[in-house]
Design a binder for this molecule. Structure first.
Ligand SMILES: C[S@@+](CC[C@H](N)C(=O)[O-])C[C@H]1O[C@@H](n2cnc3c(N)ncnc32)[C@H](O)[C@@H]1O
Length: 291
């Protein structure tokens, strides 16, 4: 028999020495979430029961999940979910895990949608490279006068986006489409928002094992300078955006904003604005025309 508190403390130390967690706080958090998963307890209850004995099947199951985490499988894949923008998204290997950085893209997309002259009637939005469905579903949930097309070339991603769409009850306003960037759109849209792959190929091998070995390369790899997929998207915009008031919002990596701004201004018109994420990084490039 082991006290739950000491089981979790030892697990946190193991996570730190395997370089899965950066510090004791993070290690404890991960251990508590894993124990909560096998015991069916909330994290608060796991902490509150720290003085109790942990034994039997629950400990065996916990050690099984801890072993997966110690081999650098991301916590979100072990739990099968990740919270972002106050919503819980189902994820699995093959689907990019939602990142806090992308909350900036969601925020600025919602601001543009609400400011659009069509906001009282209907704004058509395309979320390109939807992955788990994160951006399109958050926009549809928080701006009801929208019709959202969520597009991806990965059928694994679209299947997860479909489960998340159902989870949030958004089947009537979010359409899932398979295809290359915007090619499968059935009509022109007012707003294009996208978090596409933008990591330069050479940088991928420097990323943490959790990302490099587990997350889909097709969601990360943006080619030699990271901008191959974004350039291809910009090349499709004229054909898929309305001629009237329109906006494009793209998430970018460190140091990419000014080049992407120039590309977008040349196609959409207007003057680009760059939005910082919570860490102060230039994260989203926005161009509006006609409003
Ligand atoms: C960085 S992930 C972003 C996922 C999600 N939007 C998010 O923010 O969590 C990029 C997504 O773009 C998709 N993708 C990559 N290239 C694509 C292409 N040419 N056409 C459509 N989707 C693409 C990938 O499958 C992946 O789901």
């Amino acid at each position: 028999m082991t006290a739950l508190r000491s089981l979790l403390h030892d697990a946190a130390l193991a996570l730190i020495s395997a370089r899965c967690s950066d510090d004791l706080d993070e290690g404890r958090l991960e251990a508590e979430l894993l124990y909560g998963e096998v015991s069916g307890l909330s994290r608060a209850s796991v902490i509150a029961r720290g003085g109790e004995e942990a034994s039997g099947e629950t400990v065996t199951q916990f050690e099984g999940l801890l072993g997966r985490r110690l081999s650098h499988e991301p916590l979100a894949y072990i739990l099968g979910r990740r919270e972002c923008y106050g919503m819980t998204f189902e994820v699995e290997p093959g689907v990019l895990i939602p990142r806090p950085d992308t909350e900036t893209l969601i925020e600025v997309t919602l601001t543009a949608v609400r400011a659009h002259p069509g906001a009282r009637r209907l704004v058509r939005v395309a979320d390109v490279g939807t992955g788990s469905g994160l951006v399109g579903l958050a926009v549809a949930k928080h701006a009801v006068a929208t019709k959202v097309y969520s597009l991806d070339s990965s059928t694994t991603a679209l299947a997860a986006a479909g489960r998340n769409r159902k989870r949030f009850g958004l089947e009537s306003r979010v359409v899932l489409l398979a295809g290359y960037l915007l090619e499968s759109l059935p009509e022109r849209v007012d707003v294009v928002t996208a978090n596409l792959p933008y990591v330069p190929t050479a940088v991928i091998e420097t990323l943490a094992a959790e990302v490099r070995e587990w997350e889909p390369a097709g969601a990360l790899d943006g080619g030699a300078d990271g901008l191959d997929v974004i350039r291809a998207l910009v090349g499709q915009l004229a054909e898929h955006l309305v001629d009237g008031p329109r906006a494009v919002l793209l998430e970018v990596g460190v140091g990419q904003a000014s080049e992407v701004a120039e590309l977008m201004e040349a196609v959409v018109g207007g003057t680009a604005r760059v939005h910082l994420d919570l860490g102060g990084v230039e994260r989203v490039v926005e161009v509006r025309r006609g409003f």
